[in-house]
Design a protein around this ligand. Structure first.
Ligand code: SAM
Length: 281
């Protein structure tokens, strides 16, 4: 195991600052700095970018990012107990780490990026991870503020993000990610890598924005996918009926047989459905 910096081992940091993990904050800490360095490397070149890290906790991934050469890291942490440990990292890397105490769901990416290229890298708290991803992908303007997302999710969520039609994991997340991004799973992370260990395996997902995704009315896409996958075993003519009395006609207008089921519809098919249903609420 190689040493990545001269700061104390994370086990000591956690003990010194009494950072016993809290379930309510989704706290499963990574203590192996070789692993956090590997995650940081997965985000590609960090030398000329600002990195937003959500939930630095005791700072294992933060240290991986800074030792890996990130120009600037902005770390948003809700748990103020972590601020002391993070302050020590900031002192070790002068001018490169800004810690914001707050809720990542309320952070505006433009304020973080300050005109620089922005990458988001995080071992996400499982309770807000999906919502954060949806916010970052379903944003009003495209291209987004970020140039890549390198994120740890529970493996089951990671599989839903990269899912293709015709699979069990395919659903709203897969359609949204498939529409605007290229997403792939890079590697799995065993529960044993975390303190405390979660019940399930995790995975690192790497996501980049598509340069020119097909234009699509976002609200309508959300409504159509929610209705279609909300009753995924039903035919579209039944599951989309609640959205419009003319559902069957609109589905045909989108070039889709109304007897098809959500799972069988491609991302392009959902975009066509969203366009057909856009004027009809
Ligand atoms: N990055 C650390 C690591 O890899 O060891 C900690 C990861 S832990 C899975 C998630 C972290 O997110 C915790 O430190 C938790 O306090 C923080 N957190 C939870 N909800 C948050 C929120 N809404 N905004 C910012 N941070 C949050």
């Amino acid at each position: 195991m190689s040493q990545i910096d001269d700061l104390p081992p994370l086990r000591d940091v956690i003990r010194t600052h009494a950072l016993d993990a809290r379930k309510s904050l989704g706290q499963n800490f990574l203590l192996d700095l070789n692993l956090t360095s590997r995650i940081a490397r997965s985000a590609g070149d960090l030398e000329n970018v600002t990195v937003l890290e959500v939930g630095p906790g005791p700072g294992g991934l933060t240290r991986g990012l800074l030792a890996g050469g990130a120009k600037r890291v902005v770390a948003v942490e809700k748990d103020r107990r972590c601020l002391g440990a993070l302050g020590e990292i900031a002192a070790h890397y002068p001018g490169r780490l800004e810690v914001i105490e707050g809720d990542a769901l309320k952070i505006g990416l433009r304020d973080v990026a300050k005109g620089e290229p922005l990458k988001i890298v995080a071992n996400l708290p499982y309770n807000v991870g999906t919502q954060l991803l949806v916010n970052w992908v379903a944003c009003e303007d495209w291209p987004p503020e970020w140039t890549s997302l390198t994120l740890m999710f529970q493996k089951e969520v990671a599989e839903r993000i990269v899912a293709k039609p015709g699979t069990k994991a395919y659903g709203r997340l897969g359609v949204l990610a498939g529409w605007r991004t290229d997403a792939k799973i890079l590697f799995d992370v065993s529960p044993k890598a975390f303190t405390p260990p979660p019940k399930v395996t995790s995975a690192i997902v790497h996501i980049t924005p598509k340069a020119e995704p097909v234009p699509c009315p976002l609200k309508a896409l959300e409504r159509v996918t929610a209705a279609a996958f909300g009753q995924r075993r039903k035919m579209l003519r039944a599951s989309l009926k609640a959205l419009s009395p003319d559902a069957e006609t609109l589905i045909r207008e989108a070039g889709i047989e109304p007897t098809r089921r959500a799972e069988e519809i491609s991302v392009e098919g959902f975009i066509a459905l969203a366009k057909a249903f856009a004027g009809d609420s």
